[in-house]
Design a protein around this ligand. Structure first.
Ligand SMILES: Cc1cn([C@H]2C[C@H](O)[C@@H](COP(=O)(O)OP(=O)(O)O[C@H]3O[C@@H](C)C(=O)[C@@H](O)[C@H]3O)O2)c(=O)[nH]c1=O
Length: 125
């Protein structure tokens, strides 16, 4: 589950132009009514749905078919030093991935737990 930290947070508009994905966002915005909640939606080439992702969300997806192509519009330039993430199976996310997770990159297995990230981002919590 990826995000860029301040001052390089990104708005994203995501669609799946071939195949199908289970797309997930997690709200990391203190004060938001959906703070610490996840939302998921199936994006497929056939349903043509797009997900608008505001700043302050972590985002990730699971491919549900072979030969998936995901399209992003992103509001900011890539800022490698400000890339961060949360492990897909972090209990704080509460995400039930619909298919067995068979491949995750080493980078994505190495993200810290949400609670540690949260303490750094939100000192008053
Ligand atoms: C995201 C990105 C990566 N890169 C480079 C860095 C690295 O060498 C290679 C792969 O990067 P990543 O491992 O971050 O790629 P990836 O895992 O596909 O990252 C993406 O994941 C999904 C869930 C998102 O929400 C996206 O915003 C983005 O974070 O591409 C760019 O040059 N520009 C970019 O905008």
């Amino acid at each position: 589950m990826h995000f860029q930290t301040a001052p390089h947070e990104e708005v994203k508009l995501v669609s799946c132009v071939s195949g199908a994905i289970f797309d997930v966002i997690f709200d990391m915005r203190p004060g938001s009514p959906s703070y610490r909640q996840s939302f998921s939606v199936e994006l497929t080439a056939a349903n043509g749905r797009q997900l608008y992702i505001p700043k302050g969300m972590a985002h990730g997806f699971e491919a549900l078919t072979d030969d998936v192509t995901v399209n992003y519009l992103i509001s900011e330039f890539y800022a490698p030093g400000y890339s961060s993430g949360i492990r897909y199976d972090d209990p704080a996310l509460g995400v039930e991935w619909p298919m067995p997770v068979t491949q995750v990159s080493d980078k994505d297995l190495g993200w810290p737990p949400w609670e540690l990230i949260n303490r750094g981002m939100c000192l008053e919590d």
